[in-house]
Design a binder for this molecule. Sequence first.
Ligand SMILES: *Cc1c(COP(=O)(O)O)cnc(C)c1O
Length: 648
Amino acid sequence: MTKSDPNYQKSTWTTQNSSSLYGLDRWGEDYFSINNSGNINVHPKGKKGHSLDLIHLLKELKGRNLKPPLLIRFDDILEDRIHKLHQAFENAINKYDYANNYKGVFPIKCNQQRHVLEKIITIGKKWHFGLEAGSKAELLIALSLVDDPQSLLICNGYKDKRYIETAILARQLGKQPVVVIEQYDEVERIISASNELRAAPLIGIRAKLSSQSSGRWKSSTGEKSKFGLSIPEILKTVKHLNKAGLLKELSLLHFHIGSQINDIAVLKNALQEAGQIYVELKRLGAPMGHLDVGGGLGVDYDGSKTSSSASTNYSLQNYANDVVATIQECCMSNNIEAPILISESGRSLSSHFSVLIFNVLGTSAVQTDIPPLTKNESLIVKNLRDTLNTLNEIDNGKKVDISKLQEAWNDALKFKEDALAAFRLGFIDLTTRATAEQLTWACAKRITTLLPNSQLVPEELKALQAALASTYYSNMSIFRSAPDTWAINQLFPIMPIHRLDIQPNQLGHFADLTCDSDGKLSTFIDNGQTKSLLELHPFKPNDDYWIGLFLGGAYQEVMGNLHNLFGSTNAVHVRLKKNKSYQLDHVVRGNTKSDVLEAMEHDAEELLEKLRIASELAIQKGDLKINDAQRLIEHIETSLRKITYLQE
Ligand SMILES: *Cc1c(COP(=O)(O)O)cnc(C)c1O
C-alpha cells in the first residue's frame, strides 16, 4: 500500500489508537480491552480468567433472539469489585495494624434488581457483607435477603413507627438491623416503639458533618443538608436515650458526605471530624463499636485520575488506607478501642458490571458533496464555486492564514443568504437552492480540514465542525437507560464496540428514539475534559454499528422512566465458565408494550377490542378487506407482546 492509496490511513491506525482515543486504557480497569479483530474484549474476572469478545457474544445472543438494545450484566465483574473492596480494606488493616475489621453493606438504592442483589449477597457471604436500606420497601428486601446473623442491615432514610417496629422485631428473628437516627424526631418514635414492644433495636446516629464534599453531591453534607443530626441534636439524643435506658443500644456512628467524592482531601476532613464525634460518643457512655463512613467512593468515569466531576484523584486502596489510618490515629490518641469499619459503597461496586449495547439505525448530516457543474448556472452558484476553488487552492501543508479562511467563510455565508433571498423572491428554483446549500457546506468542510489546532481560531470557524457533524440515530431511550446523562449531565464512557482497528473519520453525537429534543447523548469524556462530538465510523445501512455505554450499573436502571413509553431493555446475566465458555444465568425480559401501557392504567385488551370493533365496521362499509383487517389485528397483538424498541 502506498501513501497515495486512500486506505493508507487505515493501515496506520491501530487498536491502541482507538483505546487511547476513547480513553478505554484509562477507564477500562482490568475489565475491558480491544482485541486484534478490533472488537472490545471483556475480562469479567479481570486479569485472572479468560476474556469474551463482545461482538461474538452479541452475535450468539442475537441467535437467542436477544438483540440490542441490550443490557449485559457481567456478574463476575460485580464479584471482582466486591472482592477488590474487601481486599483493599484488608490490606489497609494489615498495613496500619488496625485492631478491628471491616464489614461492608451494599446500598440497595444503587441497583434494586433482584438478581443483582441476590448475587451480591451470595458473593459477599464470606465477608458477612450486608445491605443498606433507605425506605420501607428496601427494608423489606434487606430483611428477606440477608439471612446471615453476622451481616449488618443498616436502616437509613425517613422512618415512621412501622419502619422502626419492623426493625425491632427483625432483631428478634436473629438479624442485625441498625436503626440509624437521621432526623431528631425519630428518637421519640424509637423510644416509644421500644417501650411498647419491650425490645430495642440496635441504634445508630447519622451525623451532619460540617466538612463539605465537592462536586455534584456536595449538598449531602454541611449544616443545611437534608439528613443527619447536628452536634447539639446528637447531645440531646444521647441524653434522651440515656433517660429511656436505651443508650446501651447506641452502637454506630454514620455519616455520608455525598456520592462520587472526587477529591480525597474532602474525605480526610470528614473522617477526622467523624472520628472525633465517635470518641465523644464513647466518652458519653455509649457502647458504640461501629463507624460507618457511608457511600461516596467514586468511579473514574473518564479515566483522568483527577478531581474533575467525572473522575477521582484517588484509588480504591488510597480510600481504604485513608479510612483505616485516620480512624486508627483518632482512636489511638484518645485511647479507645478501634471500631468495626463499615462503608456503604454502591457506585464503586455496581458501575462496572453492566454494559448497555445499542445499535445505530441511521445517520443524518448536512450534505457536503459537490454538485456536478451544469449549464447556465446562476451567478450565486458560480460565486460559491469560486469561493470553494479558492479554498481548495490553499495548501494545507503550509502555515494557513486564518484570516483568509474567515474571509472565504464570510463570502460563502453571504452567497448562501443571497440564495435564500433569491429563492423567496422566485428567482431561483429548488434545485439551485439545494446546490447553493451543498456548496456552502462543502466550503465549511474544506475550512475544517485547513484549520490549525490553535487557540487563535475564531469561535465561528471552530463551530463549523459541529455544524458538519452527523447525528447517529440510536435504538434506545436515554430517559430509560441513561437518565443521569440528561438529569445531571453525568458522563459515561461511550464508544463503538467494534471496527476499532479502523480510524473513525466522522464526528457525531447520538439521538435517541424519543420525540424529545433532550433525548440525545452529546457530551463525551475527554481525559478530564469533555467534548460535544465523538469520533465515529461511517454508518453503512446494511452493517451493524454497535455502541456501548459503559460503567452505567449504578442508579441508571431505577431512575430511568417511561418517557414516550419506552420500557426497560432486555437484560442478560453472563458468567464465565471453564474452557473459555460462558453461561447465561438469567435473561430478564424487557417491558413489553402491554407492560408500559398498563403502567399508565391503559388496558391492552380493551384497546385491542376497540380496534377490532372499528375494523369490523370498516369491513361492513367495504373500506377494509377481511384479510387486511386480520393483518392489522395480528400486528397489534404481536406488537403488544414485544418490547418497546425497534427490532428488525
Ligand atoms: C446513596 C447513598 C449511599 C451510596 O452512595 P455511593 O456514592 O453510591 O456509594 C450510601 N449511603 C447513603 C446513606 C446513601 O444515601
